[in-house]
Ligand binder design. Structure first.
Ligand SMILES: [Zn+2]
Length: 253
């Protein structure tokens, strides 16, 4: 397991929440912080760190429960709590995207392969906006109408950006927000004008590869799984476990 916290937190010398060292032990052996008034059990902290580490490694809840000899339902609940905290973090760090921007939608879940708008029952439509050399923003949308998609684009991008999309009709008025380049999927295009959406297609593969590993995700939980993928993709070159500890355990971000 990667070591991301100093031993001082596990020896009860430093507060996991506020980093101050004015802490003392309660009768039941829990730690209480004089600064922030929060208390916690070091044993529970160790377990939480371990459960989060398995989550970080993308090990299933079932396997994690087996390995750690913990209750499956408890692990499932913990993993969902992590996803909810991650989603909140994603929303908090989201800024308007700008520069060269790739836009696309994709269908997640369900078994049937359907074309746009059709066969989409039991599937979630994920709308994605990716800033080249920057981050991706995703959202689950109800439909792929011009009204829905243009609204998202207006809210999440800066005017004057350079947009790349395929020829879907809902993007027809995108030129009002900036330069609009339409790519054609069928043609084999030499990448002379950077006219492609390979970046966002890379994200779809990244997310779907992971999504397929889960069986029977409750549809109401889709947004949290998708946000988890967004988070993992956006931070793939960082120390993700450390970031997860800050988000899910220390609540320091
Ligand atoms: Zn504290």
């Amino acid at each position: 397991m990667k070591r991301v916290l100093s031993d001082r937190y596990f020896l009860g010398r430093k507060c996991i929440f506020c980093d101050k060292n004015q802490i003392y032990r309660l009768k039941d052996n829990r730690i209480k912080c004089k600064q922030c008034n929060k208390y916690y059990s070091i044993q529970k902290l160790r377990t939480d760190m371990m459960v989060l580490y398995y989550f970080y490694l993308e090990i299933s809840a079932r396997k994690t429960a087996n390995e750690l000899e913990l209750n499956y339902k408890t692990i499932q609940d913990r993993f969902m709590q992590f996803r909810k905290k991650i989603a909140a973090y994603c929303n908090q760090e989201a800024k308007k995207l700008n520069g060269e921007i790739e836009i696309d939608e994709s269908y997640f879940g369900g078994k049937r392969k359907g074309t746009r708008g059709r066969g989409a029952k039991n599937k979630a439509i994920v709308f994605g906006i990716l800033e080249r050399k920057g981050k991706i923003y995703t959202n689950i949308v109800e439909n792929v109408s011009a009204e829905t998609l243009m609204n998202e684009i207006q809210n999440k991008t800066l005017k004057g950006s350079v947009f790349y999309t395929d020829g879907w009709k809902s993007y027809a008025s995108l030129h009002q927000f900036g330069k609009h380049n339409i790519i054609e999927h069928d043609k084999e295009l030499v990448d002379v004008n950077h006219n492609h959406i390979n970046g966002i297609e890379g994200f779809w593969s990244f997310a779907k590869e992971r999504f397929h590993k889960y069986h029977g995700i409750d549809k109401q939980n889709y947004p949290f799984y998708v946000k988890e993928m967004e988070f993992r993709f956006n931070h793939r070159n960082e120390n993700v476990y450390k970031l997860l500890v800050n988000i899910c355990i220390r609540r320091a971000v």
